[in-house]
Structure formats: C-alpha cells, structure tokens
Ligand binder design. Structure first.
Ligand code: ADP
Ligand code: MG
Length: 278
C-alpha cells in the first residue's frame, strides 16, 4: 500500500535549463490551482526572485524570505505573504540564496533542510487547523544544493520543457539527479509530469519535439500544452499572473487546463490508493 501522505502536496518545479518556463509555470499553475479553490504556497527558491516579482512582491517588500527558511531555519509560515491572488501565498526569494550553497557547505544534513522546514509546516497546519493543499517550489536553473533541497523536500517533480530542438538534451541529466535524490535522500520522490511550454503549433520542429517527448515519457506528459503567447510574457512586468492580466488569452486558458489536469491526476492516484487498500 502506498504510504499515506499528509497535505500539502509538495511539487518542485525543476529543470536546470534557464528560460524554459519554470517560473511562469509556478506562478500560473499556482494561480490556476488557487482559482479552483486550492490553498497554495509558492516558495521562490531562485536567487533571481522572478516568481516574487512576477507576483507583485518587489525586493523592497521581501522582509522574510526563503533564504531565512533555508539558512536561518525560520519557520516557513513566518515568511508567507499574501499575493493579489486569493488563496496563493508566497515565500519570497532573496539574492543571498546564491550564497547558500557555500554557507551550508559544512552543515550537517544540508540536503534535508527544506524537508525539515516543510515537515514542521505540516505540523503547524495540523496544530492550527489550517489548510494548505499545494506547495510549489520554483527552483533555480541549476542542479545545485537549492534544487537538491527542493527535490528532497518534494513529493514530486514537475518538469517544464520548452518545445525546441535542445529541449531533450539536458533532460537525462535532470532525470539522473531525480534518481540520485530518490536513491539517497527521498525514496518517495516521483515525477509529477512533464509540461511542454512555449509551444508553437504552426511550427514543425515544435511538433516534432512534442512527439519525441511523448514517445519518451508517455502519459507523464500532460495533454495540456502551454502555447507561446505574448500575454504570458507581458504579465510579469505588471506584477501579475497572466490569469489576472488577461484571463481569456490562450496562455491563461492553458494554465487553467493544466491545473484541472493535475487535480484530475491526483484524484486518479487517490482512487488507486483506495483500491490498493480495499
Ligand atoms: P525559467 O523560470 O525556466 O527560467 P521563465 O518562466 O522565467 O523561465 O520564462 C522565460 C521567459 O520566457 C520569460 O521572459 C517568460 O515571460 C517567457 N515565457 C514563458 N512562458 C511563455 C509562454 N508560454 N509564452 C511566451 N513567453 C513565455
Ligand atoms: Mg525562473
């Protein structure tokens, strides 16, 4: 029987390539999940802080951050700030995160720090009778200690993949890291899914990449693909998720579809677990 898991479900949004849509996916999937009634925390673990800025929390408003959580062992709940999106709270990033790897170089169990924090957060929620359904971790574009902490804390990894020629190239390295984390740090880690981003359906290459990715990852690839859409790229400069910036655009509709598909996937897993128990 599968191990029973306490809420929230923790999903690391990871890919060591930059510019593939990790942050865009974390922000907009988080928003879309909140819009269907889920309580969501986005933990910005990238020193660049694009998720924080994109959710309208500029550096001047980041008092307590994911750096404090990771390095200073501050409780996660103390760093959470509200965003424009009801139901979506943010643990903002801090440029100091870029030094965390060195600061933690000799710390014992340094890969487990975020996991410990999130365990404590789960306990806090239970004590206070509060609800949190998902923690999405926006990872930096690297397979460094920050990403390893995210994967060690996570139940699953969600991989945004840009539909372009070199997309598959870095993927085996990413999957090797997932396997290493699974073998050594977090046996429960799963692949949540692969989501194709910036897809241009009129482009043959984009279609070819999509076919290759589906052939390789099968039903782990979401049916929903995120199209390349200028509204998606405009939204962060207004400090808004695209769903608030232009709900009707193709990008918003795609992220809403992705959230529905993810929740459906969870229901399927829950049903499977019940069958195993019966
Ligand atoms: P990462 O976090 O992986 O580095 P981002 O989410 O920051 O990637 O995306 C990289 C750039 O691509 C950003 O400028 C973002 O606005 C843009 N972008 C992401 N997804 C889309 C999309 N579906 N359509 C158009 N632009 C996009
Ligand atoms: Mg990013």
């Amino acid at each position: 029987m599968s191990e029973s898991r306490r809420a929230p479900k923790v999903i690391a949004v990871a890919n060591q390539k930059g510019g593939v849509g990790k942050t865009t996916t974390a922000i907009n999937l988080g928003t879309a999940l909140a819009a269907i009634g889920k309580a969501v925390v986005l933990l910005d673990l990238d020193p660049q802080g694009n998720a924080s800025t994109g959710l309208g929390v500029p550096p001047s408003e980041r008092r307590s951050t994911s750096y404090d959580v990771l390095v200073g062992e501050r409780p996660l709940k103390e760093t959470l700030v509200d965003t424009l999106v009801p139901g979506l709270r943010l643990a903002p990033s801090d440029p100091d995160l870029s030094g965390a790897e060195i600061e933690l170089a000799s710390a014992p169990r340094r890969s487990y720090r975020l996991r410990k924090t999130i365990e404590r957060y789960r306990d806090d929620l239970a004590d206070r009778g509060e609800r949190c359904d998902y923690v999405l971790i926006d990872c930096p574009p690297s397979l460094n200690l920050l990403t390893v902490n995210a994967m060690t804390a996570a139940d699953s990894v969600l991989v945004p993949l840009q539909a372009e020629f070199f997309a598959l190239e870095g993927l085996s390295q990413l999957m090797r890291t997932v396997d290493l984390v699974k073998a050594n740090l977090n046996t429960g880690l799963a692949i949540q899914g692969v989501v194709l981003t910036m897809v241009d359906t009129r482009n043959n290459l984009s279609r070819q990449v999509e076919d290759d990715v589906r052939a390789h990852f099968g039903d782990k690839v979401y049916k929903t693909v995120i199209p390349r859409n200028v509204r998606v790229s405009e939204a962060p400069s207004f400090g808004k998720p695209v769903l608030l910036y232009d709900l009707q655009c193709a990008g918003s509709q795609a992220y809403a579809g992705l959230a529905r598909e993810l929740v459906q996937q969870e229901r399927g897993q829950a049903a499977g677990n019940i069958r195993e128990m019966a």
